[in-house]
Design a protein around this ligand. Structure first.
Ligand SMILES: *[C@@H]1O[C@H](CO)[C@@H](O)[C@H](O)[C@H]1NC(C)=O
Ligand SMILES: *[C@@H]1O[C@H](CO)[C@@H](O)[C@H](O)[C@H]1NC(C)=O
Ligand SMILES: *[C@@H]1O[C@H](CO)[C@@H](O)[C@H](O)[C@H]1NC(C)=O
Ligand SMILES: *[C@@H]1O[C@H](CO)[C@@H](O)[C@H](O)[C@H]1NC(C)=O
Ligand SMILES: *[C@@H]1O[C@H](CO)[C@@H](O)[C@H](O)[C@H]1NC(C)=O
Length: 913
């Protein structure tokens, strides 16, 4: 026998190395998935799909039958059960042979699925044969070279029933040790006696010699092991060893660099005991078969992605730290499946969640679910590193669960390691619960902060729309400088270059331009054109227009004077104040421009409004706002410090109001809830707004309509003093005119229906909008609400309906008010709101009425609560009711004194009619 065995063993151990294959090849379009999330993609040299694996390591994914990876031909189920990279595969080799009456000999044949795979003689596997009355012989390949043989015999059932289960030792079970490398085997099974016989025999390969078998079960042909499928992860199942078989050893392999499989830096080659060679990382961990595989920590984590990672899945890009293949994602939870089974490949987070867009900058991705059932995020993500955002279909992600502070301490796994990147703590939108951290390129840099040197400088000068520079733009690392056009030249918006002033004067006049002179020229042109319209109207409007001209002249002449009046600022001054209009300084974006926070050289904090577009209508609006605000001096109207005429886009400089808007106060949740807002505060806020509007409507020489009264335009100071703002849409109505016809402008939810239908504007439109604010203060609901049917509805309509239907106040009004305010007080305010919201303007009170009634309400509140019951029924209609005038002393007096001062102030500017 030994003579027969020798050539065969040679054949097994020393394979012919005829065709050295191209083992390293481009691995593009590799959809290395198979089931999610429990199956991370198989590690190279394994792979699913053409050119995704080394020859012989080709896997197919059987997704139809419960997602199995199948290897080679004949196919064999395999699984990659461990996060560690190793040179063996667990599989299942198991047979059931049914004994047929009259048949003595049976034969089975097994072959490794492909050339690299072997049942290793050193892996301590055995062939188990469970049955009764059989002899089993195991041969190498198709030959007659025997590995070993064994007998399994049994007694009669009545005896076996009393025998306890034991290890496999001849009674109902026998085994053959496998001490040679097997790429194929033949198992011959023969009946040996007529005594107790089983109807079938189980034969399987396992390394578990301590396993117990019950002889009576063997006789009854009960399966000794569970169905192999369930044992996929079990150590009971056999292991196949593999190597790179295309060269006999490392020495030969290294001579052929083109096909040498140990490609990772820091890898080393070892001759394999089964022939061929193996690649290891010198550090001991990692996958030496992929470029950069030895850099990465053990398991499915990468600091650096492989160089050949797919960058997208269909049209969705998959930037690192996300990835669709092993070695391409930073953490297991960032493995995404690029599923090619549908019409186009789709990027999946889970089987039912499809990703349509990943943003590294914002730390979010967009998802849509393919079914209604809620889907869990991947199991591997524990604690949860994904959080659903308040915005539907948006998921916020973190790279790790640590806080930035702690992450920075662990240098080895800190992911924001690249220069010019910052760490950002990620919290859940709704609960503000900590999720983890993510990275972002520092301001002035862009790119991918998760890869080495991924944050590159932004060349701001190439994006003039985003980074405004009306001069010579100069890019610096991390920022840019904007140098003013030299004397005698002006900035040309079309070519974005400085040009001699005279050259463009004629061309851009009336369009837009930089420089004060051009701007004024444009203004004069507009004024002149309007001047020519209608003789009748001319006289009436002369003052108004002249006012504008005078205003601008005054503004310019006051440039040098250090008075605290409206001032002309130089562009340089404002650039300095806003750190060159740094994006970090943006405090708001309104319909008419962007607002920056700035600090002037005299340490005054200001808000600088920059119009979005330098078109005529905006310039008009700008003049409008300057002319309106410069006439106003009221403690509840935001103060205009000045403006800047030098820049291409007009700039307005206001006092900085620090505490957000009334909208924020009313509707924005902080730490999961709305902050309490006492009734008195609400009353005071309402009264202050009403005071400001009254003043605008009637105290000045011309009536000023705000036109965009809404909570968002009511700013609040630290002490919650009201500052009405945003006069971009406002209009002046000369006092002898009752209304203006204009294009409808305003905000939905606040828009006067009559104005909306007729386009006719008068003070009562502001009264209507103010009515909506009153309702918001009462109900603490947003101006547009959703009813039970999910339809959007105006709060004002809902409120009017509820009042008409005499709904109980408790149902409409904010709970806090009910606790604090008297019922009559609430009712008065509700009635007042109802009147303000009247569909016909005639029925709406004037702003002055409204203000007085609110003052009365405030006054009534002062009255002792005990006397509430005896108090007369509230007379909500009482505008300026004499009997109650004394009840509202403080504010009333203060208010009227203020008015008279302002009237004095205004009269100095008043233009004779
Ligand atoms: C990858 O797939 C795309 C489209 O599916 C194809 O155009 C491209 O040639 C493929 N690349 C490789 C290397 O096979
Ligand atoms: C991979 O396996 C599949 C099925 O087993 C086969 O059709 C395909 O040709 C194989 N590809 C390579 C490159 O070996
Ligand atoms: C799935 O299983 C059925 C029977 O169980 C078999 O006929 C079919 O070929 C299997 N599908 C694949 C893709 O292997
Ligand atoms: C194994 O059994 C088959 C069929 O019974 C037979 O042809 C073959 O010769 C046997 N092999 C050996 C080595 O005895
Ligand atoms: C990708 O393609 C789909 C279908 O053509 C399209 O609906 C989707 O908007 C595209 N997404 C991107 C990011 O281009």
């Amino acid at each position: 026998m030994s003579t027969a065995m020798a050539p065969l063993l040679f054949a097994v151990l020393v394979l012919p190395f005829a065709a050295p294959a191209a083992v390293t090849m481009a691995r593009r379009n590799c959809s290395s998935y198979c089931g999610y999330p429990s199956n991370p993609p198989p590690p190279y040299p394994f792979g699913v799909g053409p050119s995704c694996s080394m020859p012989g390591f080709n896997l197919t994914c059987d997704a139809d039958n419960g997602t199995y990876l199948l290897l080679g031909s004949p196919t064999m189920k395999v699984s990659f059960y461990s996060n560690e990279f190793n040179h063996n595969l667990r599989t299942s080799i198991s047979y059931f042979v049914e004994m047929i009456a009259g048949v003595r000999d049976y034969s089975l044949h097994w072959e490794a699925p492909a050339r690299p795979f072997v049942i290793s003689g050193s892996s301590d596997m055995s062939l188990f044969v469970v049955g009764c009355g059989v002899k089993a012989s195991l041969f190498i390949g198709n030959s007659a070279v025997e590995v070993g043989s064994c007998f399994a015999v049994c007694a009669e059932a009545r005896i076996l029933e009393k025998v306890l289960a034991g290890t496999c030792s001849g009674l109902g079970c026998c085994l053959i040790d496998i001490q040679v490398n097997l790429r194929a085997f033949t198992l011959n099974i023969s009946r040996i006696s007529d005594s107790a016989r089983s109807e079938g025999v189980h034969a399987f390969i396992s390394g578990d010699k301590n396993r117990l078998f019950s002889p009576i079960e063997a006789l009854r042909s009960i399966l000794p092991v569970p169905v192999p499928d369930e044992y996929e992860y079990s150590t009971v199942n056999p292991v196949l060893d593999w190597s790179i078989p295309y060269q006999p050893n490392c020495k030969r392999a290294m001579q052929n660099k083109g096909s040498y499989a140990c490609v990772s830096k820091g890898s080393e080659c070892h001759d394999s005991p089964i022939g061929g060679y193996l690649c290891y990382c010198q550090r001991g961990e990692g996958n030496a078969y992929v470029d950069g595989g030895c850099d990465n920590p053990p398991g499915y984590e990468s600091i650096r992605p492989r160089t050949d990672c797919p960058t997208s899945c269909a049209n969705v890009s998959t930037p690192f730290p996300f990835g669709t293949e092993l070695g391409c994602f930073a953490k297991p939870h960032m493995y995404l499946k690029c599923n090619p089974t549908s019409y186009l490949p789709v990027l999946q987070l889970t089987d039912r969640t499809i990703i349509s867009d990943i943003s590294i900058d914002d730390g979010i991705f967009h998802v849509h679910e393919t079914s209604k059932e809620p889907d869990d995020f991947p199991d591997s993500s524990d604690p949860a590193l994904y959080a659903l955002s308040e915005q539907r279909g948006v998921v916020t992600w973190a790279i790790d669960s640590m806080t930035c502070k702690n992450a920075k301490l662990d240098k080895s796994d800190y992911r924001c390691f690249t220069v010019h990147s910052d760490c950002i703590d990620v919290t859940e939108d709704r609960t503000t619960k900590h999720v983890g951290y993510r990275c972002k390129c520092s301001s002035g840099f862009e790119g991918n902060p998760y890869v080495q040197d991924g944050c590159r400088d932004v060349d701001e000068c190439l994006q003039p729309d985003k980074y405004v520079c009306n001069g010579i733009c100069q890019n610096n690392v991390g920022n840019y400088a904007c140098i003013k056009c030299p004397r005698g030249t002006n900035f040309d918006v079309v070519t974005r270059k400085c040009k001699p002033s005279s050259a463009i004067l004629g061309v851009t006049i009336g369009l837009s331009s930089g420089g004060g002179i051009l701007f004024l020229a444009a203004v004069v042109a507009i004024l002149t054109r309007r001047w020519k319209r209608g003789v009748q109207k001319r006289l009436r409007r002369r003052h108004y227009r002249k006012n504008r001209g005078i205003l601008l002249e005054q503004l310019i002449s006051s440039d040098k004077s250090a008075s605290d009046g409206t001032k002309i600022f130089s562009l340089e001054e404002l650039q300095k104040a806003t750190n060159n209009f740094d994006h970090a300084r943006v405090v708001g974006r309104g319909g008419h421009g962007t607002v920056y926070k700035g600090i002037l050289t005299d340490q005054r904090v200001v808000a600088i409004k920059k119009s979005t577009l330098a078109v005529i209508s905006e310039i008009d609006q700008f003049i409008n706002e300057v002319s309106i605000l410069s006439q106003i001096n009221h403690r509840n109207v935001v103060k205009l410090h000045g403006c800047c005429l030098e820049s291409e886009v007009p700039l307005l400089v206001y006092e900085f109001v620090s505490n957000g808007t009334l909208y924020d106060l009313l509707h924005r949740e902080l730490n999961g809830g709305l902050s309490p807002l006492p009734w008195e505060e609400r009353l005071r806020i309402a009264t202050e707004i009403a005071g400001a509007l009254t003043y605008l409507h009637s105290a000045a020489s011309v009536s000023i309509l705000h036109r965009d009264v809404k909570c968002m335009n009511v700013l609040l100071t630290d002490s919650y003093t009201v500052k009405v703002s945003d006069f971009g849409a406002s209009r002046l109505i000369p006092n002898d005119q009752t209304h203006l016809v204009t294009a409808v402008q305003g905000t939905f939810g606040y828009l006067d229906p009559e104005y909306y239908h007729t386009g006719q504007l008068n003070e009562k439109s502001d009264v209507y909008s103010f009515g909506v604010i009153l309702v918001e203060l009462l109900t603490r609901r947003k101006p547009i609400i959703q009813n039970e049917q999910g339809e959007k509805q105006n709060l004002s309509n809902y409120f009017l309906w509820a009042m008409r239907e005499r709904h109980p106040l408790e149902e409409m009004v904010d709970a806090q008010i009910l606790e604090e305010a008297s019922e009559e007080g609430v009712l008065c305010m509700a009635r007042l709101a109802e009147e303000c919201l009247s569909l016909t303007r005639g029925e709406r009170p004037t702003m002055k009425d409204v203000e007085m009634r609110l003052q009365l309400l405030t006054g009534r509140r002062v009255a002792p609560r005990a006397g509430r019951d005896e108090a007369a029924r509230p007379r909500c209609e009482a505008a300026g009711d004499g009997g109650r005038g004394s009840v509202a002393p403080a504010i009333g007096q203060h208010g009227s004194r203020q008015f008279s001062q302002e009237q004095e102030f205004m009269s100095s500017q008043r233009v004779p009619r």
